[in-house]
Design a binder for this molecule. Structure first.
Ligand code: PPE
Length: 311
């Protein structure tokens, strides 16, 4: 029987502080500051196979968010955005990928310990590997079962959710564990006021009377897929409303779906045991999902400017 491939034991190369190192040698010390306290920033980016070869979707926007995240938490990235963009492209070509998921991350070194540590170096990696549908093809086709989490999304004045910061994901992992242990596919987190915030790694949309509704961004990540979907909706002349949403508004919505680089456009068929609409992928969700996949795969000339081909 084939031994399952782990994330550390595989062939390929990882961009690590401006050099490509063999995959199995891309290591860091156990006293690395970020490993102890979680202060680091990262992105999740996808490259898709197109007729003109692999293309990275909205690369510049992801890199901008990476630098914004670093700025929010006070990390200095010792590379330019152009260098990081190039590292993404090179990671795809160096690993001979036609498509894949790309994970850039900036993290502190092991020069010192303690929360007071100041003289820390910033390390940057960009890793790329093949990664299919985040929750499986069935999820994209038929939708998922979601549970409102007992855990709140971070308060706006706690870890600051506009930073895609490593430590924020402890909240996501705990919520995801709770939901999946209870037999659901994913969790939906409320903010500290009780309004809908986001999934553990996705923004949420609902559809009501033909209008697309999504929470304001006070306690959620400023999702790039969220922005893509809002742009697609405007192109379809569908009204988009950003506002506070309550969980019972989701129960009574006609359709609902999650968006994210990893999750793409994933329909939600039920929340807390209540079917949403007919409990299937709704018509507007379906239309947006189709346009989304056409867009990322380079089959939509309207949005080709979002693609960075590998040169
Ligand atoms: N909210 C959260 C909390 C989040 O982590 C993501 C991305 C989003 C919203 C959607 O953002 P965007 O990808 O820009 O549309 N989550 C990333 C990490 C997932 C993981 O399992 O790791 C992702 O989708 O790549």
């Amino acid at each position: 029987m084939a031994i399952p491939q782990t994330m550390e034991d595989r062939d390929g190369f990882i961009w690590f502080n401006d050099k490509f190192v063999p995959w199995r040698e891309a290591n860091t010390h156990v006293l690395t500051h970020t490993l102890h306290y979680g202060l680091g920033v990262f992105e999740g980016v996808r490259a898709y196979e197109t007729k003109k070869g692999p293309a990275i979707f909205r690369l510049e926007d992801h890199t901008k968010r990476l630098f914004n995240s670093a700025h929010i938490v006070g990390i200095k990235i010792p590379f330019t955005p152009a260098q990081i963009n190039q590292a993404h492209k090179d990671s795809i070509s160096k690993n001979n990928l036609k498509s894949g998921y790309i994970r850039p991350m900036a993290f502190y070194g092991a020069e010192a310990m303690g929360i007071s540590a100041k003289e820390l170096s910033t390390n940057v990696i960009v890793a790329a590997w093949s990664w299919g549908a985040y929750m499986g093809q069935e999820a994209l086709d038929s939708g998922i079962k979601v549970k409102t989490s007992s855990l709140s999304r971070h308060h706006v004045n706690s870890t600051m959710t506009k930073a895609k910061a490593n430590g924020n994901y402890m909240n996501s992992i705990l919520a995801h564990q709770e939901a999946t242990n209870d037999g659901y596919d994913e969790a939906l987190l409320l903010d500290t006021q009780g309004f809908i915030a986001e999934g553990t790694g996705e923004n949420i949309f609902i559809v009501k009377n033909g209008v697309l509704i999504t929470p304001t961004l006070t306690s959620a990540l400023e999702g790039i897929t969220r922005d893509t979907v809002m742009t697609i909706a405007k192109g379809l002349n569908v009204k988009v409303n950003e506002k506070s949403i309550t969980r019972d508004e989701v129960y009574t919505a006609d359709e609902a779906f999650f968006t994210g680089t990893a999750a793409e456009v994933t329909p939600i068929k039920e929340l807390d045991g209540r079917l949403i609409g007919k409990g299937i992928k709704g018509p507007l969700t379906s239309k947006i999902q189709t346009i989304y996949f056409d867009t990322v795969k380079g089959d939509n000339p309207d949005y080709e400017h979002w693609l960075s081909y590998i040169d």
